[in-house]
Design a binder for this molecule. Structure first.
Ligand code: CP
Length: 310
């Protein structure tokens, strides 16, 4: 059975095949009739055990544009609240003849766990702080669309690296495509192991953006900064106000550079914290292009997992 569990185990060739397939789907979904019959024999369940706006709707649209039958499951409002396990939940859904499971889950490793315990193709739509492979792919696809090639491009990922599955999937994906990657943020939000992945750490945002072609801004994930023993939110250091001052991307900061950089953000944005509205909505921002490309990239992933070739 084929799965997409993360980018770590993909090759550059795999990624390029996904991108070339996504190019075809992007062209198709810009036509007046956006739909193709490719997956009309396939039933896909979208299982969201954690909240989502973009990923959930993007997968659903990708599936519908491939003519798959689609069912959506959110943990809230389900029988998970009655104590049903993950495997029981998924096996009950599979008993209804589902072929592919797209899952977002708060626990790192949940997608791998599921792939070893159930009989269906699994697509990881984000597993806790671990990976968000389709986000990494759509981000790299969007940079490729702007620059043609990622080889030698300098990309800085700024913010809450410690809690970010988007950062990890992007680090794997961008490096496999030949880009140079730095991470930037306060020491409290950059894990020590990150250097072992071959990325440089820069604690100063002004130096980081002076170096880069592309700045990928991340949200501070307050919801993951909990004290496990007490279930309370721990005091954030730096505070959001200190963070915005030190690491917030502002027009003033960008105006001091001697070159223009491309601005990215996976969303959701906290306007005024990691990025100002002026920057997020500027002509150098490709934030909504990322969202647009997500549908074509997810169509490509689902199509290729089905074993079909373009
Ligand atoms: N980028 C992203 O994963 O957004 P959602 O959490 O809204 O899906």
């Amino acid at each position: 059975t084929r799965h997409l569990l993360g980018i770590k185990n993909l090759t550059r060739k795999d990624i390029e095949l996904i991108f070339n397939t996504a190019d075809n789907f992007k062209e198709i979904i810009n036509r007046p009739i956006k739909k193709v019959p490719s997956l009309r024999d396939t039933t896909i369940a979208n299982l969201f055990f954690e909240n989502s706006t973009r990923t959930k709707l993007s997968f659903e649209l990708a599936e519908k544009r491939l003519s798959a039958d689609v069912v959506n499951f959110s943990a809230s409002g389900s029988s998970v609240s009655k104590g049903e396990t993950l495997i029981d939940t998924v096996n009950n859904i599979l008993a209804m003849k589902v072929d592919v499971v797209v899952m977002r889950h708060p626990n790192p490793g949940a997608a791998v766990f599921l792939s070893k315990n159930i009989n269906a193709s699994i697509v990881n739509a984000g597993d806790g702080t671990h990976e968000h492979p389709t986000q990494g792919l759509l981000d790299a696809f969007s940079i490729r669309e702007k620059y043609g090639d990622l080889s030698g491009k300098k990309i800085v990922i700024v913010g809450d690296i410690a809690h970010s599955r988007v950062a990890l999937s992007n680090i794997y994906c961008l490096q496999k495509l030949g880009a140079k990657v730095k991470v930037c943020g306060p020491p409290t939000l950059i894990p020590k192991y990150i250097s072992s992945l071959g990325v440089e750490v820069e604690y100063n945002l002004d130096r980081a953006i002076a170096w880069c072609d592309v700045a990928m801004m991340l949200r501070i994930q307050l919801e993951r900064q909990t004290n496990v023993s007490e279930g309370n939110q721990v005091k954030l250091f730096p505070s959001l106000r200190e963070y915005a001052n030190m690491y917030g991307l502002t027009a003033e900061r960008l105006n001091r550079l001697d070159h223009k950089i491309t601005i990215m953000h996976p969303g959701p944005i906290n306007r005024g914290v990691e990025i100002t509205s002026e920057v997020a909505d500027s002509e150098h921002s490709i934030i909504l292009n990322q969202v647009e490309n997500g549908v074509a990239v997810r169509m490509a992933v689902l199509y290729l997992l089905s074993g079909r070739e373009f």
